[in-house]
Design a protein around this ligand. Structure first.
Ligand SMILES: [Zn+2]
Length: 60
């Protein structure tokens, strides 16, 4: 069983488990990134699992 690394909730969604962050926290994270107008290469600073492709979210 995996848990969200941000809030500690259990993750049920395979996609969420894969990245280690729940959908709610992921949404917050993406919002935060957009708000700060950060670039994809800075995403690592937010302690996001390496396999995560946050750049997808930022292009929207
Ligand atoms: Zn969470």
């Amino acid at each position: 069983m995996k848990y969200c690394r941000l809030c500690g909730r259990r993750l049920k969604d395979p996609e969420s488990i894969k990245i280690g962050i729940g959908p709610v926290c992921l949404d917050k994270l993406v919002t935060e990134i957009k708000r700060k107008n950060m670039k994809a290469e800075k995403v690592e600073d937010l302690q996001i699992p390496g396999q995560m492709e946050l750049s997808e979210f930022m292009e929207g």
